[in-house]
Design a protein. Structure first.
Length: 303
């Protein structure tokens, strides 16, 4: 559904228009029918990539296909739904009037427009009394819900979302997660960026991690997390404070719990406990989270 090969983008900023590289040799493939998370720190290039995909920004070089067309072609937008991080709408309209406006732009009218509007608003839990108030009175969370609703009015094959859960409370985040999963179940391919990495882990089929304009990791959640070192958390029954700790083992913040950096350290520590007559109550095998890995990649890029 999305193919990016060798994408490069440079901004020219300041009075002297000095060049600043925003994207460097980006390669991505988003197959049809999946949920694809795009993560990275602020200023890494997430929004720039999304704006290139939607045709809002030009690019220096590379080959890009969005739903089978170049993003420079109007045809690429016929199968695309998009909601930016900070949507700007005509704030003198009500939410329902806004939906009607965008529905007409998508070629909907009459009963079909009304039916589609109700469907979109219900999906994101925005069909409430405030939907008939003017947009200028909306909170950030309300605006996010309406922005998402308008992006799915045309029932697109590809949905691109920039920080769709930004500004939402926990209930709102849950509603948006469920909406994304429901759309994907109906065959919609979803490509979205987010800083909420726990949400990304819970719903994404694949993830790309971008730092300083470069893709540093890409794959399924399991592929990314299993490629990093794992830890073993071991809880002992009796006091083991007098044990001589082998290399790679350190005490946890919880009393009676120890952290082993790898399987070899785990085996040595378990044998030491058995030799000392100390029972082992629990062993947890813990992979690093996406947040742990992203933090490590950011630190590596800054070093």
């Amino acid at each position: 559904m999305i193919q990016i090969e060798g994408l490069n983008k440079t901004y020219h900023t300041g009075f002297l228009m000095r060049p600043k590289k925003a994207l460097t040799d980006i390669h991505l493939q988003v197959p049809q029918g999946i949920i694809y998370g795009f993560i990275g720190p602020n200023g890494a290039g997430k929004s720039t990539t999304i704006k290139v995909l939607t045709g809002l920004l030009n690019f220096d070089s590379g080959k890009i296909q969005v739903a089978g067309f170049s993003p420079r072609s109007v045809k690429s937008r016929t199968r695309l739904g998009y909601c930016p991080e900070q949507p700007y709408f005509y704030d003198y309209l009500t939410g329902r009037e806004l939906m009607s406006f965008y529905g007409r732009l998508a070629g909907l009218q009459g009963k079909e427009l009304e039916k589609r509007t109700e469907w979109a608003l219900n999906l994101v839990h925005a069909n409430k009394d405030w939907i008939d108030r003017r947009l200028r009175t909306y909170s950030k969370g309300m605006m996010q819900r309406v922005g998402l609703a308008q992006s799915i009015l045309s029932k697109p094959d590809l949905l691109i979302l920039d920080e769709p859960m930004s500004g939402l409370d926990p209930m709102g985040r849950r509603d948006v997660r469920e909406a994304i999963l429901s759309l994907n179940k109906d065959g919609v391919t979803v490509f979205y960026s987010s800083h909420l990495l726990s949400d990304v882990e819970s719903i994404s089929d694949r993830v790309a991690m971008i730092v300083d304009g470069r893709i540093v990791r890409e794959g399924s959640i399991d592929e990314i997390t299993s490629s990093c070192s794992v830890q073993y958390h071991i809880r002992t029954g009796e006091s083991s404070s007098n044990l001589s700790l082998p290399s790679g083992v350190k005490p946890s913040s919880q009393s009676g719990e120890w952290i082993c950096d790898n399987a070899a350290a785990r085996d040595v520590f378990i044998q030491s406990c058995l030799n000392a007559g100390i029972s082992i109550e629990k062993i947890d095998h813990q992979r690093p989270s996406l947040e742990d890995i992203l933090t490590e990649e950011i630190a590596r890029a800054e070093s």
